[in-house]
Design a protein around this ligand. Structure first.
Ligand code: ATP
Ligand code: CA
Ligand code: CA
Length: 430
């Protein structure tokens, strides 16, 4: 982890000092990689450090520099989030693939170790991905900020990607789902369901009513994103869906303090107040870095970094449950870009009463939700292993119900599934 942080600090620092130029085809591909040694004792280019000697490799650093800029990532912020002391914490392995995950202390970045084949897929699709990011500001696909490799002296090569955390929000995520649109084996079998359980397709009991224009925008974007993945021969990706419930019993802990916020704060007393609140939120298990109140009047907005509480005077939003919108540093715009989507919605039952779907007490009670979603795990090509898995499982199950299918079938099924959990409201046509 220390090697990784040293490497990222070096790479990001160095590249940000170079003059900017347009990206060309020579910035992609294996020839655009940079390798460097980090001896313990330091070198002309690298600092001395406490870890073992290691070799560092950067994949297409110029392209990722541009990508970070397009994603509105501030370089100093980025380094602070990832490279500070205690900045990263390892997550209890969330996937089955054996990849190791780290989360930055501010929850904004996830670092995932990749197999060599996954790096190859990523580099292969990078030109198309780059183009896609340029085209679609609200793409749902994971945001990649850098790909690197570390080789400690006498050790194995470890490759990893830095990406955006799809569920980075100061609203509490009460339920999370990893959805593929395939059914075979797609449920969780460990007893209790709670906030930390990643649930699957068959655990999802609800469909979501979105405001029609949101729904249309979401499904359109989904089509564009799937088209990219299909064109790259990718399958096995998921929608990661996070739900925040807006019912009074869930937001009550946040509302009492906020509803009594003084409305005549000066800028500096506002920041002090905000930081006090930040401490309180932290105790309640909400993570963020400071808090700023943003007046509602246009043109009168503070740009101070920090958590933004919108609405001045603070009051309950239209939903009426006393909750206040909490936005991440860098204003709502950045939050939207970071998540793709942050949508209020209404949850309705997906299965009928007799369905053998698992009970989930929280879902029984609440209906107003805020949704966070994005497409993750997009580096699996339909190669030999997946083809064998397809052939083998097809002997036992309906071939369309298993997750290992070709990219075209995968994309179609995936889109149909996502559309089905966002049905049109009664007065909408499809
Ligand atoms: P497998 O291939 O077996 O599905 P994996 O090791 O490739 O597993 P992922 O599917 O990428 O792992 O991720 C596993 C879990 O980690 C996801 O279900 C999700 O909960 C979390 N996760 C992965 N990427 C992100 C992300 N960008 N933002 C938030 N959470 C993520
Ligand atoms: Ca996965
Ligand atoms: Ca995977």
């Amino acid at each position: 982890m220390l090697n990784l942080q040293l490497g990222i600090r070096y790479t990001v620092g160095k590249i940000s000092q170079e003059p900017r130029h347009e990206i060309g085809s020579s910035d992609f591909g294996p020839q655009a990689c940079v390798e460097l040694r980090f001896p313990r004792s330091g070198s002309r280019l690298t600092p001395c450090h406490e870890s073992v000697d290691f070799r560092w490799k950067d994949y297409c650093p110029k392209v990722f520099r541009h990508l970070r800029e397009m994603f509105k990532i501030d370089t100093a912020d980025y380094m602070l989030s990832i490279c500070g002391n205690d900045a990263l914490r390892e997550l209890a392995s969330p996937g089955k693939s054996g990849s190791v995950f780290f989360l930055s202390h501010d929850d904004r970045y996830i670092i995932k170790t990749l197999r060599k084949s996954e790096v190859k897929v990523l580099l292969g699709m990078l030109p198309s991905y780059y183009h896609h990011v340029q085209m679609y500001e609200n793409m749902l696909i994971t945001k990649f900020f850098g790909v690197h490799r570390v080789k400690p002296f006498g050790g194995r090569k470890v490759r990893f990607v830095v990406m955006g955390n799809m569920l980075c929000t100061d609203l509490h995520i009460h339920r999370r789902y990893d959805l593929k649109g395939s059914l075979q084996g797609r449920w969780t079998d460990n007893g209790e369901i709670d906030e930390n359980t990643t649930l699957k397709d068959l655990d999802l009991k609800y469909v979501f009513q979105l405001e029609p224009s949101w729904r249309e925008a979401l499904l359109k974007q989904l089509v564009c994103d799937c088209r990219l993945l299909e064109s790259q021969g990718i399958m096995d990706y998921s929608v990661l869906l996070g739900l925040h419930f807006r019912a009074p019993q869930h937001s009550a802990t946040l509302s009492p303090e906020l509803s009594t916020v003084p409305t005549n704060l000066t800028h500096s007393s506002c920041v002090t107040y905000a930081n006090e609140q930040a401490g309180r939120f932290a105790e309640m298990g909400c993570s963020h870095r400071g808090l700023v109140l943003v007046p509602r009047q246009p043109g009168n907005e503070t740009s101070t970094p920090g958590l933004h509480v919108r609405g001045s005077p603070l009051r309950a939003p239209a939903g009426g449950d006393g909750e206040v919108d909490l936005l991440l540093p860098g204003t709502a715009r950045r939050l939207q870009i970071q998540l793709g989507v942050n949508m209020p919605a209404r949850a309705d039952r997906r299965f009928d009463e007799n369905d053998a779907c698992r009970e989930d007490k929280v879902l029984e009670e609440v209906h107003d939700v805020v949704l966070y979603l994005g497409i993750i795990d997009i580096l699996q090509a339909y190669g030999v292993t997946k083809r064998i898995e397809h052939a083998y499982k097809s002997l036992h199950y309906d071939p369309l119900s298993i997750s290992a299918v070709g990219p075209k079938v995968y994309a179609k099924r995936f889109q149909e599934f996502v559309s089905s959990i966002f049905p049109p409201t009664t007065n909408q046509t499809n």
